[in-house]
Design a protein around this ligand. Structure first.
Ligand code: ADP
Length: 276
């Protein structure tokens, strides 16, 4: 066992601890085998993460340096289109870094829940308002169906982020119809927010993976869409921290509905917003 432990310390996860005949050493052997398996998983995840991050950083950086050099060397290439490409790629980098920071704060347990009582209905309205320029400029229809003003006791910043990420995805994947419907319904004191798009949908076999960080259901990268593969991972972390129910139903070619639930609270407890 000692020899195997030395190998493990050097990063060799292909070890086998055999504990001999004594019950306690046999149990220790099993635990160490389990620890080696978990450490090996962590190691693989870390390598994948670095590979993904490097890939995501490299693409915009290559574009930015490429276009800048062309504009420096060829005077006529200083066009608004080329400058726009540099701006777009910079924004892509900014959202990638922001998403990574959000996620590491959430999954690293560094962010505590700051619960207060607030109107969930107003949060959705506010978020829909943030997308109003898209409605005007690009012809998206974003509707919100609600059945009254619902209050919840939750971390407002995180819930706003959940709503924002779900609506962003619905817009990004809404296809030609450009139609996004958000609905709010209350049943047995539980409020459900659903975000539905009439877009491309997600194949059934890919559904379990979309919440994983860096997972993208379709490989092709659409220009103009700022996608990092981290949005749903942030949504999942925030909702798990709240102990909230959430899920998705989707049909290829018809669209998807992402939903989450939070218990309703009496609005009059608003002044007593608690910190946890
Ligand atoms: P991304 O930044 O790529 O959108 P997300 O974590 O938000 O990353 O989503 C992960 C993947 O799940 C997406 O790349 C996409 O393939 C799929 N997805 C998420 N929302 C939708 C949706 N509303 N319709 C279709 N596919 C979706």
């Amino acid at each position: 066992m000692n020899e195997e432990a030395k190998k493990l310390a050097l990063g060799n996860y292909d070890v086998n601890f055999r504990g001999g005949e004594f019950r306690e050493t046999a149990e220790l052997g099993k635990t160490l085998n389990y620890a080696a398996k978990e450490l090996s998983k962590l190691d693989t995840m870390q390598k994948e993460l670095i590979a993904n991050i490097s890939h995501d950083l490299r693409t915009p950086l290559t574009m930015i340096s490429g276009y800048s050099e062309v504009m420096r060397d060829i005077p006529n290439e200083m066009t608004p289109e080329n400058i726009q490409i540099i701006i777009d790629e910079t924004q892509q980098l900014t959202s990638l870094v922001n998403d990574m920071l959000d996620l590491s704060r959430l999954s690293g347990g560094k962010r505590d829940l700051k619960k207060t009582v607030f109107s969930l209905t107003d949060c959705v309205l506010q978020t829909v308002e943030r997308f109003s320029h898209l409605k005007e400029k690009e012809g998206y229809t974003i509707t919100f169906q609600q059945d009254g003003n619902v209050f919840v006791c939750a971390d407002k910043v995180l819930i706003l982020q959940v709503i924002y990420n779900l609506i962003t995805n619905a817009i990004n994947y809404s296809g030609k119809e450009k139609q996004v419907t958000i609905s709010q319904s209350v049943s047995d004191g539980i409020c459900r927010i659903s975000v539905t798009d009439t877009g491309e949908g997600i194949p059934q076999e890919k559904l379990p993976f979309i919440w994983d960080r860096y997972y993208r259901a379709s490989d092709f990268h659409k220009r103009g869409i700022i996608g990092t593969g981290l949005g749903l991972s942030i949504v999942k972390n925030a909702l798990v921290m709240h102990g909230a129910q959430f899920g998705v139903s989707s049909k290829v070619g018809c669209g998807s509905t992402f939903w989450f639930e939070l218990p309703c609270t009496d609005e009059h407890t608003a002044e007593k917003g608690s910190e946890e």
